[in-house]
Design a protein around this ligand. Structure first.
Ligand SMILES: *[C@@H]1O[C@H](CO)[C@@H](O)[C@H](O)[C@H]1NC(C)=O
Ligand SMILES: *[C@@H]1O[C@H](CO)[C@@H](O)[C@H](O)[C@H]1NC(C)=O
Ligand SMILES: *[C@@H]1O[C@H](CO)[C@@H](O)[C@H](O)[C@H]1NC(C)=O
Ligand SMILES: *[C@@H]1O[C@H](CO)[C@@H](O)[C@H](O)[C@H]1NC(C)=O
Ligand SMILES: [Zn+2]
Length: 309
């Protein structure tokens, strides 16, 4: 974990200068330039998916027990990061190996805008949570980034309802202690599974992509869960208006908002749906609607063309 933290720290420090604008990251990290046929994240998810019946639930080892020691919550100026102790790992569900869980972090928007990284049919959810797992054959992040399968990130959309989420409260209650960049606080470990949509863990999408922060390495097996985590409006507001990207003694205080990267093309990538995923069935009529629009457009253009003769 120390090594991981050091590696992460180096990355964070080195991209501080290119600012919060993801479009500018390429100036400092050429690997953040999304060239043709490169496999970047995030992406938009739509009905164009391929069902893969061999994709069942992942095995989440140690997620259902209270880990020993303590965890740390940190404001690194780009996100709120929960550094977990060793003892948890993920495997199965088509992953090629065992991956050790190293940290959990969040992406969000602003008081009036949504901030998930991935979108579903162009819709952005209020937040997105990432559980980052490092392929067990690697000692640290730096080595894993050269492997297209080096990291497995589990992505969860976060949506809002009227009730507080008690388990999410374990994290959101600690936010006031990490309001400013560089602040950390300890947190008592809790079963990580309690945060997750436990009845719907077999419903997910799978694709191969990248980190969504510099150096944007194309090293991530993505598992995006279909069913969101639900939190309350006030829990959401603790992220969108009470976290700052600046240090406590900074002359000008800047709220940390909209910390998501823009959507990237899928190019020739296949997006798989797990055996139990519902495949966005509510939107299955889109291709039809689209072709009807195209047909209408053709008729209109043709009529315009004919009348211009
Ligand atoms: C990562 O591991 C490799 C191989 O063991 C080592 O050479 C390198 O120094 C490590 N990097 C960090 C940042 O610890
Ligand atoms: C389905 O998923 C398995 C596990 O990831 C993979 O080996 C296989 O190639 C996939 N099948 C198709 C048709 O994509
Ligand atoms: C933002 O999230 C809210 C709550 O889930 C949703 O009702 C709204 O449609 C989303 N807005 C956009 C632009 O995606
Ligand atoms: C979640 O799982 C339950 C139990 O399998 C199922 O009845 C429900 O439809 C699922 N929810 C969604 C939104 O797919
Ligand atoms: Zn992330």
């Amino acid at each position: 974990t120390m090594i991981w933290t050091a590696a992460l720290l180096m990355m964070v420090v080195s991209y501080a200068d290119s600012g919060e604008d993801p479009y500018a990251w390429g100036d400092m990290f050429s690997s953040c330039h999304p060239l043709l046929e490169e496999h970047h994240s995030p992406i938009n998810i739509d009905h164009r998916m391929t069902r893969n019946d061999s994709l069942g639930s992942l095995h989440l080892d140690g997620f259902d027990v209270v880990q020993t020691g303590h965890w740390t919550v940190e404001n690194d100026g780009h996100s709120v990061v929960l550094q977990v102790s060793s003892g948890m790992s993920v495997s199965g569900g088509g992953l090629p190996d065992v991956y050790h869980t190293v940290q959990v972090h969040f992406h969000w928007g602003g008081p009036a805008t949504n901030g998930s990284e991935h979108t579903v049919d162009k819709r952005r959810y209020p937040m997105e949570m990432h559980i980052v797992n490092l392929r067990s054959i690697y000692p640290n992040l730096t080595t894993a980034l050269n492997d297209p399968l080096g990291l497995a990130v589990l992505g969860f959309f976060i949506d809002v309802v009227y009730a507080d989420n008690v388990y999410f409260g374990h994290i959101s209650q600690k936010l006031s202690s990490v309001a400013y960049k560089g602040q950390t606080t300890k947190i008592k470990p809790f079963p990580l599974i309690s945060l997750l949509p436990q009845h719907n863990m077999s419903q997910y999408y799978r694709y191969y992509g990248s980190l969504t922060t510099p150096p944007c390495s194309q090293a991530v097996v993505w598992t995006l869960y279909e069913v969101p985590i639900y939190i309350s409006w006030s829990q959401l507001a603790q992220f969108t208006s009470q976290i700052f990207s600046t240090e406590e003694d900074a002359e000008q205080v800047t709220p940390l908002q909209n910390n998501f990267r823009h959507i990237h093309p899928t190019f020739s990538r296949v997006i798989s749906a797990s055996k139990d995923a519902k495949l966005l069935t509510g939107t299955a009529s889109h291709p039809l609607r689209l072709s009807a629009t195209v047909l209408l457009l053709q008729i209109v253009l043709l009529r315009g063309f004919i009348s211009s003769l």
